[in-house]
Design a protein around this ligand. Sequence first.
Ligand SMILES: Cc1cc2nc3c(=O)[nH]c(=O)nc-3n(C[C@H](O)[C@H](O)[C@H](O)COP(=O)(O)OP(=O)(O)OC[C@H]3O[C@@H](n4cnc5c(N)ncnc54)[C@H](O)[C@@H]3O)c2cc1C
Length: 436
Amino acid sequence: MSEIFNFDGEVFTHDHPDFAEVIETHSSHGVAPAYLVRPTSSADVAAAIAFAEDRGLTLAVRSGGHTAYSSVEDGLVIDMANFNSIEVLEVGRVRIGTAARWGEVALALRPHNLAISSGDNIKVGVGGLTLGGGIGWMVRQYGLTIDSLLEAEVVLVSGEVVTASATSHPDLFWAIRGGGGNFGIITHFTYQAQHVEGVVSGTINLDATDLTAALTGLRDVMVAAPEKLNTTLMARPAVGDVMPASIVIVFCYGGPAGDEADAAIAPLLALPTVISHEYAAKSYAEVLTDEHLPVGLRIVDNNSFADELSDELIGKIVAMNKAADMSVLMIRWIQGAVNRVSAEATSVGYRNASLLIVAAVLFPGDAPDEATAPVAERWEWLTPYTNGMYGNWAFDKREGMLNRIYPPATLARLRSIKSIYDPKNLLTVNHNITPA
Ligand SMILES: Cc1cc2nc3c(=O)[nH]c(=O)nc-3n(C[C@H](O)[C@H](O)[C@H](O)COP(=O)(O)OP(=O)(O)OC[C@H]3O[C@@H](n4cnc5c(N)ncnc54)[C@H](O)[C@@H]3O)c2cc1C
């Protein structure tokens, strides 16, 4: 019997032998909540919310734990770990608990020839990625992960359990498709999965000394490429003598091997600075990886959308990348289905974009603020050519962040919906939208 009234799940406090283990996540090291609870039902979730409110504990919600928002010092963490089921329903619909990981989802759907475009990492959680949009390996064909979302089961902070969909609480359904965990705690999502019999995926190594040629070549191919062709360009610095600098295009053609796939991929292979390449027919599940940014370093990252990768923008990106020794750059081409969903249909911003630019500079863990400050100044060089920010790749709290993630009208609507569903702002450990 726990101290939380009507709570049947597990409760971990400092004196629990597993406490140190259960509080650790990918992104919240050394943060010690007063309570970490693992509900087993919607009623448990409601009981935990009521307990946190009653005790004045700050509430954090965790699915995959890939953001620092998955824990809170001295507060109460609702860890959704027991909500990890993956059920294939009729006509390709799939109901998934929010703490399932995308790698598990891809494996569970593979025998059914189904897939949900949902990110590149096996361990990222269904909950956080979906609530922020979701840019996956078939984004150009099928749009964001939220564009495949049919409904969500939500425990409101009042304790009421509701279904959010196009016909039930449509305002809530709009808000949770981009607005993060601000509006309630989601136990399950139901998606329309895509029929995917296989993909063709691989890597192309380019001359690491010529980022301009790599970006120009990528742009020229991708503006005309079929939507089945999805790419991410990664430029990485050398790490001592162990790892040379590299520019790699990772691609995923969302269809079976054959002439059509070969024709789509050929222009990438023919880029002038290609050094080597490898690719093969795979299942969608095999395309997801377990790659992570290194731990123990101070990582200063920025991201923004762009409608086009103009020569001017390429010039600025190259200059910015050159200015720091340890710059990591990622360009994700997203042009396609994302652009065809109207800007008003979901709360995610900047759907006109053709690409997402993510840049990180790596510093030693103890680097002072003076050392890292120029990163933000150099990022501003891109501002005339870019729009907004992708909230899922914004890992820390910064001044003005919400105004970058959401266009003004979207943020105003989110704040007004927040005032209906979480008027006391109990759900704050996120990109927090305050009630209107
Ligand atoms: C290595 C790595 C690779 C990534 N790759 C991609 C990618 O390819 N594409 C992409 O789009 N994004 C990617 N991301 C970003 C990722 O989508 C976000 O970090 C996402 O928020 C992680 O979700 P999570 O459930 O793992 O994290 P968590 O930290 O558990 O949750 C993130 C946020 O969502 C809230 N939340 C989580 N679950 C719930 C719930 N059930 N109810 C209410 N609120 C909830 C949390 O409170 C928190 O604010 C990547 C991140 C990392 C670290």
